[in-house]
Design a protein around this ligand. Structure first.
Ligand code: FAD
Length: 408
């Protein structure tokens, strides 16, 4: 049984630990933080990810805390006109074999940890920051400030500022984009009925967009307001800072009343400068590989960063299960399958941000296209993303049920 070290106990690291344990590995998860506090309020889990979470038993743990979205409702910021409805709910669950869910990050983390606790093969080491590693052939020595540990392989799931990636590729941290996300969580009692409908809402305005969806079994609404700042946003020193409510309200002043009311109902805001980085040319070196944001950070406009890290976990475990104990071969195979997929999602996420923030006249053309496509063609346009690739399904034990894509 190979012993694999995972650096980082975020969504990606915990999913990887569970998936690797599932295929018979012993896993040591080393997490820098002394306690695990979920950051950021909500997370959308598209079917390509929920399929894997179901296989890992995490959906059972989440239970009704996760809200199933019935649709993505796209509206124009100025007047609230409905531009498009992408059907989700039972239609998406049948099409992709798994539901589209929204959850509090704290609930997802608790569900992952509950499954980790059931696995004697996984040891979680808190307050242990991986500083680097030696040897990447057969066997790796991990370095900490206060000692070392040995493993047969190392998975760097240590996030956007990954120490493992820095050592492996020499690549610097992801750079600041020109956008910020403002995040808030609105209690049910303060939210309009419009915001409590179990769906994913997307409002498109010039230089900004707004996303909101119910979480916590419908007891809260997660709100993410993304704005163009006009210049590169701050780096580490401004990460997840409190933000002034009046400034957010001013930025959305000209928007339709339901959007403005939801923004005004937010008790407090936090600002996240959004980071970006083009795909890495490689992310494995012998018995060391990367996963999640450490490998492929992406702008959040397709809501896929966590989902892709969960797909990574499934494909990594499947590759390890098939490698006959040759971890460098497994990690090469994993990277070979994952890099094209995640590079595409990175590129599409960036493009989506540009399309969302268009101003007139380009926004008028966009809105006409959106409102004439119709639900079936809109659904077909997201098949490439929500219909999990074969290598993810192999781990999840399901086959695709989406029809062949229709030309758009
Ligand atoms: C505004 C916004 C909205 C988003 N919405 C969605 C969404 O709806 N759906 C979705 O799928 N994705 C979404 N994402 C993306 C998603 O949050 C991330 O892609 C995902 O959380 C990355 O998970 P990860 O495990 O790779 O990294 P992280 O969550 O960053 O976890 C890394 C872990 O490693 C630890 N660590 C760091 N350095 C070390 C070290 N040296 N040694 C040991 N441990 C270390 C950290 O403490 C942390 O616990 C969103 C992102 C943003 C900014």
């Amino acid at each position: 049984m190979p012993r694999i070290a995972v650096a980082g106990a975020g969504i990606g690291g915990l999913a990887a630990a569970l998936a690797l344990a599932e295929v018979g590995c012993a896993v040591d998860v080393y997490e820098r933080a002394g306690t695990l506090d979920a950051v950021g309020a909500g997370v959308q889990l598209s079917p390509n990810a929920s399929l894997v979470l179901r296989r890992l038993g995490v959906l059972d743990e989440l239970g009704p805390a996760a809200v199933e979205s019935s649709e993505v409702l796209m509206r124009r910021a100025r007047d609230g006109a409905v531009l498009a409805r992408v059907p989700l709910g039972p239609a998406a669950a049948a099409r992709y074999g798994a539901p589209f869910l929204s959850a509090l990050r704290a609930d997802l983390q608790a569900a992952l940890l509950a499954r980790v606790a059931l696995r004697p093969a996984i040891a979680l080491h808190l307050g242990r920051a991986v500083e680097g590693y030696e040897g990447s052939g057969r066997g790796v020595a991990l370095r900490f400030a206060d000692g070392a540990a040995a493993a047969d392989g190392l998975v760097g799931a240590d996030g956007i500022r990954s120490a493992v990636r820095r050592q492996m590729t020499g690549a610097g941290d992801a750079s600041a984009s020109t956008r910020s996300a403002f995040r808030a969580s609105v209690p049910r009692a303060a939210a309009d009925p419009d915001a409590l409908v179990p769906r994913s809402n997307l409002w498109l305005g010039r230089g900004a967009h707004l996303v909101h969806y119910p979480v916590d079994g419908g007891r809260r609404v997660n709100v993410v307001a993304i704005v163009d700042e006009g210049a590169p946003t701050g780096g580490a020193e401004t990460w997840s800072q409190p933000a002034e409510a009046a400034a957010v309200e001013r930025r959305f002043a000209g928007w339709a009343p339901p959007a403005r009311r939801l923004i005004a109902a937010a008790p407090d805001w936090r600002r996240w400068p959004l980071l970006d980085r083009p795909p890495l040319p490689r992310w494995s070196d012998g018995a060391v590989t990367l996963l999640g944001d450490a490998a492929h950070p992406m702008l959040p406009f397709l809501a896929q960063g966590a989902a892709q890290s969960i797909e990574d976990a499934a494909v990594l475990a499947d590759a390890v299960a098939r490698c006959g104990g040759d971890l460098p071969a497994a990690f090469r195979a994993y990277e070979g399958l994952r890099r094209p997929r995640t590079s595409r999602v990175q590129a599409q996420s960036a493009k989506q941000g540009r399309v969302y923030h268009l101003g007139p006249p380009a926004s008028l053309a966009r809105d006409i296209v959106l409102s004439t496509l119709g639900p079936a063609r809109l659904a077909a346009r997201v098949d490439w993303l929500y219909d999990a690739p074969a290598e993810v399904r192999r781990f999840a034990g399901t086959r695709t049920s989406a029809p062949a894509p229709t030309p758009t």
